[in-house]
Every structure is written in C-alpha cells, then in structure tokens.
Write a protein that binds this ligand. Structure first.
Ligand code: TYD
Ligand code: MG
Length: 451
C-alpha cells in the first residue's frame, strides 16, 4: 500500500504547504504549520471533522424522526450525572485532567460496571497490562469481562474495534496514540488530532461509544489540541486539589445533556467513591471566625454548593502589588478591586491581594463577586464577618449588586446547613420567608460593605 501523503496546514489561515516551514508562506504566521494526512480522492478538509449524519440529502426538519439516544448508564451516579444519564451509542467523550488526578481510576471502575451490560475494550497506551491488572485488583472491580489492549498504534486499535465491536471503548490516553500515516511524534498536535478524528469517525460509523483520556498542560488547556474539543460530543474536566481527597468532574460541553453539571468524588484506597451530598464539602472547618473569610453559595448545574472564599490583604513591598487568585478568575479580581475603590472608597493600590476558593474548587460564575469583595474588605480591616452568614451576588462596574440565577434554591441550601443570615441582591430576596434564614437585601456594593 502506498504511504498516504501528508500536507502541512496552517492553524491560523488554513493555507497548505507540501513541506514543513517555520513560517506560513500564506499569512506569515510563525510556528503554525501542522501535519495532516491527505486521503486519496478527498479534499484536505474532508478528514478534519467526522460528521454525525450520513451523506447529505435535503430533508424537512419536521420529517426527521427525533429519537432519544439510547443511554448506557455507568451506574456510577455522579459520573452519569455529568454525562447526562450515561454514555450514548456512538458518542465520543473526552476526559481531561492533571496527571494523577484519577482519570484511569474512574474509567476502570466505570468500565467494570459497563462490562456487565456489554462488551468493553480498554486500550492502554500509558501503562502496561500488568499495571492495569494491579489497579483492578486494588479497586476490587470485576475484571473478568473487560477486554484489555495494550497498544499505541492507531491502525491496530481501529482494527480491534472493528473486529470486537465493543459497546464502549476507552482510550487511555489519546496522547500516546500515533498513526503510522504521519511522520510527527506521538503526542504532537498533528498526531493527536488525526487519531481523534479517525476514532471519532469509527465511533459514528460503528455505534461504539468512545472515551478519550486527555492530559492537561501546565497552562490548563488540554495538551496541544483545543481542536479535540470541537470534534467530540462531550468534554469533561477533572478538577480538585491533589492534596485533598476530593475530586470534581465537570461537563464543559455536552451534545447529549446539560453543561455545568458537576460530579463529586472522594479518592479512597479503593478508588473513587461518590459523594452524593457535597454542599458542605468546601467549607474550611475552623471554629473561630477569622477575618478574610466569607461563605458563598454557588450553583453548579442543578445543585447548590456552599464554598468558602478566603482573602488576604497585605502591605505590598513592590511598586507592582500582587493580585493572585486560586480557583477564581484573576482579571475579575482586578475589576472588583477597581469597583471597590471607585464605588466604596476602599483603596488597595498599595496592598497585595490574594484570594482562594477552599478545597480546590473552581468558580467561574460572577455570583461570587460580592463574597470576594466582602472577604477582601474583611481582611483589610482585620474584622471577621459575622458567623453563620452566607453571601452571593454579582457586582457590576457601576457598583450595583446584580441578581443571580436560582436565588431561592441557594438560600434554602444555606438554611439547611444551619446558616442564619444571607446577604443577597434585592432581586433575589424571596417573597415568602424561608424558614431559619434572615435575608438582608442589598442594592449597592457600598451597602453590603457598610453592613
Ligand atoms: P490515576 O487514575 O492513575 O490518575 P490519572 O490516570 O488521572 O493520571 O490515579 C492515580 C492516583 O490516585 C495516584 O496518585 C494514587 C491514587 N489512587 C488512590 O488513592 N486509590 C486508588 O484506589 C487508586 C487506584 C489510586
Ligand atoms: Mg492514567
């Protein structure tokens, strides 16, 4: 068989050249050329994205039969929650996360459960068969029905899927696979993209659900190819502080379910155990009230969650004071400090400011703004917020406090966990009293700071 020809495509302008160069000859961008395969008879674009549908006939949308996708539940409740009810036939899932966070552990546990219902193929490129067997023994899962393939060559993996026809195939990890059609090294953007594209096509054609494990780089992106995120149906990220035992899985994209759902696990010596009631997990457990700490209620998918935010304000010793966040967005902090200065008269230009979300949780919603600012003010004045208070609300550039979604549910959850007061945006004040919690409504950031 003739070796398929490869071309180099620019990731910026899409221009192609027959050999690799440092600079794209079309748009003059540097280091953007990535190798890809040209398949005979197809344009270079044809193999880039595998499409769901068959070849194109025009139909009327209302005449297309809308079937529900048959689900294959993993029977691990928290995992099914983020998947939207289980794996989907022909669906492709990408699970990203730091090394050592528990991706292989979770997938082996899920594979064992899935294997009870149908064929499961576990392709391991990172670990030997013995290592996987050791893990299975340690996890005490039923390994008798899992088919294991230690392999890193894409073509062999494809052939195995074609002959075994499993219902679910796990690829651990996509970065270790390589296609012999390309000359670039395994783990390079070109290889990862090509392997993922080929396997996605296999999934759509054969109905096998495929799970890719992907590594995350130090910068926090899935190593190399963001393009993977466009190809797959579902993108899940594992997060959590590796120093604590809690692990979160979050859906960032899901063509078969809701995003922003979150699954919570605890890492034990027998693998990942589900945490079904996680709302009090992210509170630190110090007894005395300390300055710089503020508890907020965030909403993750359908589930409210209490998280403690901590701030430390300290005199800066350099002309460029530091603004650092862990678990929150850094730019948002700079914005909140400007709002604090302009609309509440609190200047922090000569102070270092550090903000941390306890327990390694990441909060992306702006509903954390009010709690962040109050924690900062509390640390600056060295005055603890009153005990048993929760806070939520978005802060706008004009110094106003804006409502958040599902305020009532957040308040109910706080009341359930024994909080007695809540500082919330006026529009989130419930019309009916919620048992056990007194609601303090604020319109402006300065009102909240005064209180
Ligand atoms: P692993 O699933 O190998 O991580 P990944 O595939 O994401 O790189 O998880 C490895 C970590 O989990 C390792 O540090 C040990 C820990 N672990 C446990 O604490 N208990 C267990 O039962 C297992 C299998 C692993
Ligand atoms: Mg692993």
């Amino acid at each position: 068989m003739a070796k398929p020809k490869s071309v180099y495509t620019c990731t910026e302008c899409g221009g192609q050249s027959p050999k690799w160069q440092g600079q794209c000859p079309h748009c003059d961008a540097w280091n953007t050329l990535v190798e890809s395969v040209v398949e005979p008879g197809k344009g270079a674009g044809a193999n880039r994205f595998a499409s769901l549908g068959g070849a194109g006939e025009v139909v009327t949308l209302s005449e297309v039969e809308a079937k529900d996708f048959p689900r294959m539940p993993t029977l691990i409740g928290e995992f099914d929650r983020v998947l939207g009810g289980g794996m989907v036939e022909g669906g492709v899932v990408l699970i990203g996360g730091d090394p050592g966070i528990g991706k292989s552990t979770l997938l082996l546990q899920a594979a064992a459960r899935l294997a009870e219902q149908g064929g499961v193929l576990y392709v391991t490129g990172e670990e030997s068969a013995q290592q996987v067997a050791l893990r299975a023994r340690r996890l005490e899962v039923n390994a008798s029905k899992i088919r294991l393939l230690p392999e890193i060559e894409l073509e062999k993996v494809q052939a195995t899927i074609a002959s075994l026809k499993p219902r679910v195939a796990v690829i651990d990890s996509i970065q270790t696979l390589y296609s012999s059609a390309l000359t670039s090294a395994p783990g390079s953007v070109a290889q990862v993209r090509e392997c993922a594209a080929q396997l996605t096509r296999v999934a759509k054609q054969s109905g096998t659900a495929i799970v890719f494990v992907g590594h995350v780089t130090k910068e926090g992106a899935l190593a190399g190819p963001r393009v993977l995120e466009h190809m797959v149906d579902t993108v899940l990220y594992f997060e959590g502080d590796t120093h604590t035992s809690f692990r979160l899985i979050r859906a960032f994209k899901n063509r078969f379910g809701a995003v922003n759902e979150m699954g919570v696990f605890a890492m034990t010596e027998k693998g990942l155990r589900e945490v079904t009631n996680p709302s009090a997990l992210f509170l630190s457990h110090h007894r005395a009230d300390v300055p710089g700490s503020c508890v907020m209620v965030t909403q993750e998918g359908t589930r409210p969650l209490l998280v403690e935010l901590q701030a430390l304000v300290d005199e800066a010793h350099s002309p460029q004071p530091r603004r650092l966040t862990v678990g929150l967005e850094q730019n948002r902090l700079a914005m909140l400090l400007a709002v604090l200065h302009r609309h509440a008269g609190i200047a922090l230009f000569d102070q270092d400011v550090f903000v941390n979300a306890v327990g390694g949780v990441r909060i992306a919603e702006p509903g954390a703004d009010l709690a962040v600012t109050l924690a900062i003010v509390s640390s600056l004045r060295n005055k603890a917020l009153p005990a048993k208070h929760v806070v939520f609300g978005e802060v706008g550039l004009a110094g106003e406090v804006r409502p958040v979604q599902r305020g009532q549910e957040r308040l109910r959850e706080a009341a359930k966990l024994g909080f007695t007061h809540a500082i919330v945006p006026t529009a989130n004040k419930p019309r009916q009293r919620i048992e056990g919690i007194e609601v303090i409504a604020v319109d402006r950031l300065s009102d909240a700071v005064d209180r």
